[in-house]
Design a protein around this ligand. Structure first.
Ligand SMILES: Cc1cc2nc3c(=O)[nH]c(=O)nc-3n(C[C@H](O)[C@H](O)[C@H](O)COP(=O)(O)OP(=O)(O)OC[C@H]3O[C@@H](n4cnc5c(N)ncnc54)[C@H](O)[C@@H]3O)c2cc1C
Length: 464
C-alpha cells in the first residue's frame, strides 16, 4: 500500500498475530464509553510504548489521568511495540563513529549515554510499578562473523577508546581466539558485550495502561484518527476527526510511529514505514540444549545482522532476515503491510539455532510463530520529539527507526514534561538531535534513502 507524496500510510486491518499476542489482554479492545467525549485536554494518538509512556509520565507529573484521551487505530500495542524482539539493547559503541561523523563526538557520546541509561530506567519502571512483563537484565553479545568487518569494527572501537569521549566502561571486547567459546556462536571472529535487557513489550504497555485506565484515562481502540484541523478554533482547540466522530483537544500528541505521515503529512517522507520480521523458536520438550544467558546481535557483515533473545523458558526470539528482501525496495521500504508474512523471508529462520549455535545441532529447534511488523524509520536516523513546528499544542514522539526500546521510555518522560509543564526541549535532557525542528521537517533529500541507494540499484547475488 504505497503512500502518495503528500500523505503517509494508515495502519492496515488484521495484522498477522505475533507471539507476544498469544495471551489475551483485558484492554486490547477497550472503549471507555460508547461515544467519544466532545473534548479533552490532552489527546494521545497511538497506544504503543511511545503513547503509553508519554501518558504515564504526564500522570506521574501530577496531572489527572481523566484529562487524557488515547485513541488507537487497532488494538493496544498492535503496532511495532507488540511485534518487536523485546530487546532493550543500547547502541553503546557500534554506531558511535557514524553519529560522530554526522554530528561530532560530543553529540554521539550524548546519544550513547542516553541509550545506555535506558536499561536501568526500564528496570526501575518495571519494579516501581510491579509490571509482570518477563523483564531480564542481561549482557548483549554482538558477534561478528565476517573477518573484514570484525577487523574494521575492532579498529574503530580502539579509536574510540583512545579518544576517550564516549563512556565505554561497560563495553567488553573479546578477541577472535576466545570469541566462539565465549559467545557460543560458530565462526565468531570477535565479539563485544555490554549491559542490556529483554522483556515482553506488550505486557509492559498493557500493565502500565491498565493502571492509567483504572485511574480515569479514557481509551478508545479501533478508533483511527483520520485528520486534524489545520488551525485551532477560537477556543484554542484542535479539531480531531476519527472514524467514530470528532473530538476537540487542547493538546495533541502523535505517537504514531511509521504511520505519522497519515495524520501529519509534513512528516510523510521524514518517518517512513518499513517492514520488520521476527519469530519465536522452540525445541521439543526434554531436548537437552544449552541454555543461553545472553542476548545477541549476529552481525554477518557491515549491513546484515539479526538479533536474538533467549527467553527464560528456553525458547528463542529472533528478528532480522531482511537480507532476504530489503534490496527489493517496495517489499520493505514505504510498506505498511503487516497483515501478511514476507514470503521471501519465511524460511530464513529454519534451522537457525542449529546453524549458528554450538551445542544446538540436535536440538530439534523449530520456528513456532513468525510475524511482520511496521517500524518508523527516520530519514535522518533519529526520532522526532517535541512540539510540531508551526502547530502550537501539537507534539510528536515518533521515528525510532526499529530501535525504540532503548530510546522511548526516557524520551516520553522528556516529552511529557514539555506537554505538561511547558518545559523547553533543551531543558529535558534529551539528546539534542532528537528535537523536531522546521529545518529537519523541511530538509531536502533523505540520508537514510541515500544509505540504501546502492543496495536498491545493485541488489546482491541471490546467495544471501
Ligand atoms: C519485527 C520488529 C522487531 C523489532 N525489534 C526491536 C527490538 O528488539 N528492540 C528495539 O529496540 N526495537 C525493536 N523494534 C522497534 C520497536 O518495536 C519500535 O521502535 C517501538 O515499538 C515503537 O513504539 P511506538 O509506540 O513509537 O510505535 P508503535 O508501537 O508502532 O505504536 C504506534 C501506534 O499508533 C497507532 N496509530 C498510528 N496511526 C494512527 C492513527 N491515525 N490513529 C490512531 N492510532 C494510530 C498504531 O496502530 C500503533 O498502535 C522492532 C520492530 C519490529 C517491527
Amino acid at each position: 500500500m504505497p503512500a502518495d507524496s503528500q500523505q503517509g500510510h494508515h495502519p492496515v486491518a488484521n495484522p498477522v498475530a505475533s507471539f507476544w499476542a498469544t495471551e489475551p489482554f483485558a484492554l486490547q479492545d477497550h472503549q471507555s464509553s460508547t461515544d467519544l467525549p466532545p473534548r479533552c485536554d490532552t489527546l494521545i494518538v497511538g497506544a504503543g510504548l511511545a503513547g503509553v509512556g508519554t501518558a504515564y509520565h504526564i500522570v506521574q507529573g501530577g496531572s489527572d489521568p481523566a484529562l487524557i484521551v488515547m485513541l488507537e487505530a487497532r488494538q493496544v500495542a498492535s503496532g511495532a511495540t507488540g511485534r518487536n524482539g523485546g530487546h532493550v539493547k543500547p547502541d553503546t559503541y557500534f554506531n558511535v563513529p557514524k553519529f560522530s561523523k554526522l554530528h561530532g563526538p560530543k553529540v554521539a557520546a550524548e546519544l550513547a549515554g542516553f541509550e545506555a541509561s535506558h536499561v536501568l530506567a526500564v528496570k526501575q519502571l518495571v519494579e516501581a510499578e510491579g509490571l509482570d512483563c518477563d523483564f531480564h537484565l542481561t549482557r548483549a553479545v554482538d558477534v561478528y562473523l565476517d573477518p573484514a568487518h570484525a577487523k574494521e569494527t575492532e579498529a574503530a572501537y580502539r579509536e574510540l577508546v583512545k579518544e576517550g569521549i564516549v563512556n565505554l566502561r561497560d563495553v567488553a571486547f573479546i578477541l577472535k581466539q576466545d570469541a566462539e567459546r565465549v559467545s557460543g556462536v560458530k565462526g565468531a571472529q570477535c565479539c563485544f558485550s555490554f549491559t542490556a535487557a529483554h522483556l515482553w513489550p506488550a505486557k509492559l504497555v498493557h500493565g502500565l495502561l491498565e493502571k492509567l485506565v483504572n485511574r480515569g484515562l479514557q481509551l478508545y481502540t479501533t478508533t483511527p484518527v483520520t485528520s486534524v484541523s489545520p488551525s485551532r478554533d477560537p477556543d484554542g482547540m484542535w479539531a480531531v476527526q476519527t472514524s467514530r466522530g470528532a473530538i476537540r483537544a487542547k493538546k495533541v500528541i502523535y505517537a504514531t510511529n511509521g504511520y505519522t505521515g497519515s495524520v501529519l503529512p509534513e512528516y510523510t517522507n521524514k518517518i517512513v514505514p518499513v517492514r520488520g520480521i521476527a519469530c519465536h523458536i522452540d525445541s521439543p520438550k526434554g531436548s537437552n540444549t544449552p541454555h543461553l544467558v545472553n542476548t545477541y546481535g549476529i552481525r554477518f557483515d557491515s549491513r546484515n545482522n539479526d538479533y536474538l533473545i533467549p527467553r527464560a523458558d528456553g525458547s528463542i526470539i529472533v528478528g532480522g532476515a531482511r537480507q532476504r528482501f530489503w534490496h527489493n525496495r517496495d517489499r520493505w521500504f514505504g510498506n505498511n503491510r503487516d497483515d501478511e508474512l514476507v514470503d521471501e523471508a519465511v524460511s530464513y529462520f529454519d534451522g537457525y539455532m542449529q546453524q549458528h549455535f554450538r551445542g544446538w545441532e540436535d536440538s530439534g529447534a523449530k520456528v513456532k510463530e513468525i510475524w511482520t511488523g511496521i517500524m518508523g524509520y527516520s530519514s535522518d536516523f533519529v526520532p522526532h520529539i517535541g512540539e510540531v513546528p508551526d502547530k502550537p499544542g501539537q507534539f510528536i514522539i515518533a521515528g525510532f527507526s526499529g530501535h525504540g526500546m532503548p530510546e522511548i521510555l526516557l524520551s516520553s518522560k522528556g516529552l511529557a514534561s514539555m506537554v505538561r509543564d511547558g518545559t523547553a526541549f533543551e531543558q529535558t535532557g534529551l539528546p539534542r538531535i532528537f528535537k523536531t525542528t522546521k529545518a529537519r521537517v523541511e530538509a531536502q533529500g533523505s540520508p537514510l534513502e541515500d544509505s540504501f541507494r546502492e543496495l536498491w540499484e545493485k541488489p546482491p547475488s541471490p546467495k544471501l
